[in-house]
Design a protein around this ligand. Structure first.
Ligand SMILES: [Zn+2]
Length: 393
């Protein structure tokens, strides 16, 4: 297989492990920064490598609209296009179609939507969304799902969940028939680089891996049903989607718990679109292996910084003369070099560097948190870590 998941340590429900993909290894639990249009806004790829980022998320919807799937395919796939020789995951485009675009029309066949860029009309079906993701060439791709709106009635949520299951089966069928069309299919150079990095070479075809997505809204029985029947379709990994959409946090935890009990122990579990630093630590405690969120990068661009001593709103006048580092417990290159006073000045002056530096620190904080989480699981001290984790306020 060109994809493997290996669990190396368990502590209660939390797991520490490793994903093996065609473009490299990922240590789990992992937080995946969001590189919407093929860039983590304001941060060059070499800086992401210095931060220890092992896998990025790209949005299919955005890359499909610009520069287009055919162009990315022609340029060798998204890793080569953005000069990121490491794993990438793409979402299915479903979430953006449902949240960003205008005038969408959903039928059993798929979704008609208008581009938020120029108003042009487009159509995504399970088949065309998978075709787009094969053309982009991420290592891990997602089944096309309907992200049920919140709040939604039981009958509406159930019907939506049933359609997502039918779309998952269609996604998988199309993927199995076309997975050899990925731009880097069985590329010998890729296999050689993997070998040089010490990853066991695959014995089968070197291609992408498709994950299924559990839906079911805010109803535990629908979450269970969706998990059970998505697993029957037999994917190599499972995502939990449609959460962190405005519901109270205890409900998110309840839905994650309802679904995760029915997901196989030996497959990676990916909770989509979450959360704050304190939240991601708790999802790991529930047995989640992978997460992504725009929060650290988006908040950074708005001057909201996560630190070991709490949240810092850098525009506040109180930092104007503050020579101390942003976070005295952070070893990132921003905290080592610059003062709060300087970061505050950059932000107040609307300088480009403010966005870049703020993003680097917030990502460093998230990644460092996940490193400590992994270490605590490996030492069997995760319960201690959880109770001592100082959540930023
Ligand atoms: Zn820092």
């Amino acid at each position: 297989m060109s994809f493997r998941f290996q669990i190396e340590a368990r502590d209660d429900k939390a797991r520490a492990g490793r994903l093996f993909t065609p473009h490299g290894e990922v240590q789990t639990p992992v937080f995946m920064p969001v590189g919407t249009v093929g860039t983590v806004k304001g941060v060059p790829q070499d800086t992401l490598e210095e931060l220890g980022v092992q896998i990025l998320l790209n949005n299919t919807y955005h890359l499909y609209l610009r520069p287009g799937v055919a162009m990315v395919r022609q340029l060798g796939g998204v890793q080569r296009f953005m000069s990121w020789d490491h794993p990438i995951l793409t979402d299915s485009g479903g979430f953006q179609v449902f949240s960003l675009s205008d005038l969408r029309k959903v039928t059993e066949e798929g979704v008609t939507f208008r581009s938020h860029l120029d108003g042009s009309s487009h159509f995504f079906s399970p088949e065309s969304a998978i075709a787009a993701q094969i053309g982009l060439g991420a290592d891990i791709i997602m089944a096309f799902d309907e992200c049920t709106e919140h709040p939604a009635e039981y009958a509406r949520t159930q019907a939506s969940m049933e359609m997502t299951l039918r779309w998952a089966a269609r996604s998988k069928k199309y993927f199995e028939e076309h997975k050899h069309e990925v731009p880097w299919f069985n590329d010998p150079a890729l296999a050689k680089r993997r070998l040089e990095r010490g990853t066991r070479p695959g014995t089968n075809d070197q291609t992408q891996t498709l994950f299924g997505i559990v839906q079911g809204g805010m109803f535990p029985d629908l979450r269970r049903e969706s998990a059970r029947r998505t697993v029957e379709l037999d994917f190599l990994g499972y995502a939990i989607g449609g959460l962190s959409v405005g519901e109270p946090r205890p409900m998110t935890h309840e839905m994650v718990d309802a679904a995760i009990r029915f997901l196989p122990e030996d497959k990676p579990r990916y909770l989509m679109g979450v959360g704050t630093p304190e939240e991601i630590v708790h999802y790991v405690a529930q047995g989640v292996d992978m997460m992504d969120c725009v929060l650290p990068t988006r908040a950074a661009r708005h001057g909201l910084l996560f630190t070991s001593e709490g949240r810092v709103t850098i525009k506040n006048a109180r930092y104007a003369g503050d020579e101390s580092p942003l976070d005295p417990n952070c070893g990132c290159k921003v905290c080592v070099r610059y003062s709060r006073a300087y970061l505050r000045h950059l932000y107040a002056s609307n300088e480009l560097l403010a966005q870049a530096l703020n993003t680097v620190h917030n990502l460093a904080y998230y990644l460092d948190t996940m490193r400590r989480v992994r270490q605590a699981i490996q030492l069997g001290e995760f319960a201690n870590f959880l109770s001592g984790f100082r959540a930023p306020r």
